[in-house]
Each structure stands twice: as C-alpha cells, then as structure tokens.
Design a protein around this ligand. Structure first.
Ligand code: SAH
Length: 359
C-alpha cells in the first residue's frame, strides 16, 4: 500500500470517528505522522526531491549567516559557552557552511554547543553524517534549549508548521476543515464563530477573505526570544511570507510541481506563508527586540554576497561560473527569492541588531 493510500485510510477513519478536522490537524498528520508522515519517511530536499532551499542552492547563504551570527557574538562580548541552534536543519548544509565560514573566528567554535531540533529521523541521520566533527546534540523542542546565550538560525522552518484557516463571514469566522464527501477527503466550512485571536483582522479583511493562524509558532518563538532576552544572543528567522499575510497561502509541492493539498497526503510537502507580525509580537512579550523585517535580497546584499560571489568567481570559468552567477541572482533578485523571502532578527535590549538588519 502506498503512503498516500495508507494515510488517506487513516484520515478517513479519523474523520468518520471525530468529524471534520482542522487544516492544522491535517497538516500535522501529513507531515509528521511517525510512520507515514512526509518528513518521517524521506529526505525531501534537492533537485531529485520535492523542493530546494537557499542553503541547497548556494554555500554563500550559510557562510554569510554564519559570519553575521559570529559578528553578533563578538559584539556581545564573546559569551561562552553559548548555544548555536538550528530548528529544521534539513540536510545540515546550512550549519556545515556556517561552521566552515566561522573557523577563523577566534573562540567561536570552542564556545559553541551545536544544537538541532529535527522531527525527521531520516534528516537527523543526514545531519549526523554531515556535522559529525562538531558533536551536535538534538533536542525534542525549543523548550529544551539550555538557559544560556542563544545564537540561532531558522530557514524555512516556520513555514512547515501546521496552520488553521478561517474565512470571514457576515457573522464571524468559518474555519476551513477537512471533511468527507462521498467517502473522499474534501474541504468544508464550519459554522461561523467569533475568534478572539482574529479580532485585529476585522479591520483589514472583508467577507469572503481567508486568513491563517499558526498556533504552533508562538510557543517555539517564546522559548527562543526568552533565551535571548535573558542570556543574550541573536536569532535570524528566514522564510517566505509577509508581515501580515492575507488569503489562502497553503500549498502542496511534489517533485517541484504544485499539487492539490488533498491530492497526495504524506507524499507532498505542505507549507504556508509565515505571518511575521505575530512572531514579532510573541518575541516582544518574551522581552526580546526585533529589527524591522527586510527582504532576503537586501539582507544578503548588506552582508556582502556580491563580494563573496566575486571572490568565488576568481577560481571559476565556463559552466561553473555561469552557475555561480545564476545562484547569486536566485538568492537575491526581487523576481526570484529576494523579496518573497524575509528576515526577522531578534536581539536583546542591551545589544544592537545583528548585521544586515541595522536600520
Ligand atoms: N532549513 C533547511 C530545511 C528546510 S525544510 C533548509 O533550508 O534546507 C523544513 C525542515 O524542518 C526539515 O528539516 C523538517 O524535517 C523540519 N521540520 C518540519 N516540521 C518540524 C517540526 N514540527 N519540528 C522539528 N522539525 C521540523
């Protein structure tokens, strides 16, 4: 039996027993079910996988992030020991590039405790192989982050967390849920209700509009921001999305092609745009400061991606040089990842924003 068939049976049985389930419950089963979930069963990244990410496109991404975090560490007086953390590290590529780029930063590696949060056993093995020289440790959730200074990078992590979707009606918000129609999975709306967490969205929406909430994001963010506020550090949250996104942004990708979100549960990646405003609000409540949201292109430009590309170009010619030029464009051009992807930076009140995020 295929993953999709088995997961469809399981979801069908669940909905028969419990009634319609939220999009968040559907996403959680599709992505994280211990035997059948998308991330539980495969390495989804790269040309042969379902999607590709900035660190898999170019080593420059992880290198520049590494130098930015190391610079923030130096600016805060080189605290030791400190936690060098990454939630959702994928194949470990970003962390490997970050560590290579910071080899020359005196004391940084000795003071760093490389700490990873990864739900997928397959990817955890890839990270173990890739980062063996740095003795990484894995923790189950952000709540287990040590009470210590924290320097953290999260790239395309928050977009993988389950979201709920609500459609504005004349009398409140109807939740989009996954139900059964003639024994097949289908989307259905709940009866409208008042949703306190969406009260502030009444001002910028009209009946018919869809808005999203990501209940899993706040607890993670509160832990990260709390460590930074109490012990120092910095966090760079990179993802696609907006300050306050509007509309249905849930998408399923399989072999780099969009597919219907109910089409192949467990066999397609499911992601949604990140709403950065609630992340920033959670960070502020936990005592951390945030820098104004900037596009990935501007952020990488400020960190010197063009100089880095020129340095790499010196040893290249022909096809390799063309590829380098293409990846440089892909990471920062507004028509590619440059403006769709954003960077939210966290820092303590006692420090300046991390490099690339100064006003
Ligand atoms: N940051 C990497 C991978 C992005 S894909 C890169 O840029 O290439 C999303 C990553 O988050 C994967 O490693 C996935 O397994 C992990 N992930 C998704 N949901 C998670 C969860 N709830 N807890 C921990 N890790 C999760």
């Amino acid at each position: 039996m295929t993953t999709t068939a088995a997961l469809t049976d399981l979801l069908t049985a669940r909905i028969r027993a419990e009634g319609p389930i939220t999009i968040a419950d559907y996403m959680a089963d599709c992505l994280l079910h211990p035997q059948l979930g998308y991330y539980a069963t495969r390495d989804p990244l790269g040309a042969k996988g379902d999607f590709i990410t900035a660190p898999e496109i170019s080593q420059m991404f992880g290198e520049l992030i590494g130098l930015a975090l190391a610079q923030a560490w130096i600016a805060q007086g080189r605290p030791r020991p400190f936690t060098l953390a990454e939630p959702g590290p994928g194949r470990g590529t970003l962390m490997a590039d970050l560590l290579r780029a910071t080899r020359g930063v005196a004391g940084f590696h000795d003071a760093a405790q490389v700490t990873l949060i990864e739900a997928s056993p397959v990817l955890r093995e890839a990270q173990r192989a890739r980062l063996a020289d740095h003795a990484p440790r894995w923790i189950e959730s952000a709540a287990q982050l040590p009470e210590a200074p924290l320097f953290l990078i999260a790239n395309e992590f928050f977009d993988a967390l389950p979201i709920r979707q609500f459609q504005r009606e004349a009398t409140g918000w109807a939740e989009r849920r996954v139900a059964l129609e003639h024994d097949r999975l289908a989307l259905a709306l709940s009866a409208p209700a008042e949703i306190p967490a969406l009260a502030h969205r009444l001002a910028d929406t009209r009946p018919g509009n869809v808005v999203e909430l990501c209940p899993a994001a706040a607890p993670v963010m509160a832990e990260i921001a709390g460590r930074i506020a109490n012990h120092g550090g910095a966090a760079l949250i990179v993802d696609y999305g907006d300050w306050r996104s509007l509309g249905d942004t849930l998408q399923a990708l399989r072999a780099h092609q969009p597919v219907g979100i109910l089409e192949c549960p467990g066999d397609a990646d499911l992601t949604a745009h990140v709403d950065f405003e609630p992340l920033a609000q959670t960070a502020h409540r936990a005592g951390a400061h945030t820098a104004p949201l900037v596009g990935q292109g501007l952020f990488l430009e400020r960190l010197g991606i063009t100089a880095r590309a020129q340095a790499l170009a010196r040893n290249l010619s022909g096809r390799a040089l063309d590829e380098l030029v293409a990846t440089h464009r892909r990471l920062r051009h507004p028509e590619e990842m440059g403006t769709l992807f954003k960077v939210l930076g966290l820092f303590p009140g006692s420090a300046s924003p991390p490099p690339g995020l100064e006003q």
